[in-house]
Ligand binder design. Sequence first.
Ligand code: SF4
Ligand code: MG
Length: 341
Amino acid sequence: AAPYLQVTDLQVHFPTEDGLVRSVDGLTFSVDKGQTLGIVGESGSGKSVTSQAILGLHRGSRARLAGSVRLDGQELLDLPESELRELRGSTMAMIFQDPLSAMHPYYTVGAQIVEAIRVHHADVSKKAAKERTKELLARVGIPNPAKRVDQYPHEFSGGMRQRAMIAMALANDPSLLIADEPTTALDVTVQAQILDLMRDLQQEFGSAIIVITHDLGVVAEMADEVLVMYAGKAVERGPVDDVFYAPQMPYTWGLLSSMPRLDRVRQARLDPVPGNPPSLIRVPAGCAFHPRCAYREHVPQDRCTTEVPELLPAQQSDHLVRCHLMEERRRELFETHVKPR
Ligand code: SF4
Ligand code: MG
């Protein structure tokens, strides 16, 4: 059967006065129900734009979209806005980094979740929706839901607000959940609690989940598969264990080198990879990562600066990498330069 979400050769380009911004440039991936995909990369790598494109949030903007986004077999890119709006908040839901920006300050948390339910289920009474809201608040670990339901967002702590937003996202049992930096604004202890909660909910609800993050600790905790993005493209993709223990692409090495012993460590933070992310208007020729890559002299004939590498199978067929290094040389470099750190 086809995967639940299939994104194929997605492009999101924004025309600007300075030129065309290629935010997403030929991205292909899929996620099944019950599966979590982690999309990781620096800011500006195209990961948030990807999730917005799936949700159809670029409608009416100047963005040029191409490729295909199929959800349960249905093409979303040319779906009428009214049908897309029907899917958003019901079949597809989103958890944002900053609940305050997603919640209205003048309405109680309960009223907003009730509204989220009734927008998609006009036949549910306010009373029934409020009962369901209390259940949801309890389910995401908010103590005393009967009182909390009538409080305003500013009366919640950051962690409780994030729980409330997860409750809102779950209000209509979404089968695709997209979480964009879901724990970035929270302190470390609360982050761990929210990740635990999301993992529990994943098992309970079995939705397809996309977690977008710059934090490899979050990916290690949550994801089954990882997609590493650089300059709008996938540069490495594969099962989380393969990517963590046998990363193939020098950019991924850079991302991982801040993680002690390349081990799965909760809350490991990223050190920035040296150098700056590229311009998305004048993307470097060849491999977009080449200005920052310490290993390109290991590729003969200057191919790194002239030839765009393809995304090809590495060791296993489901582990893909976009890099000109020969497999043997890559393994050797990883063993001698990267792993011992
Ligand atoms: Fe580095 Fe070349 Fe591989 Fe790009 S293709 S990551 S520049 S070695
Ligand atoms: Mg972002």
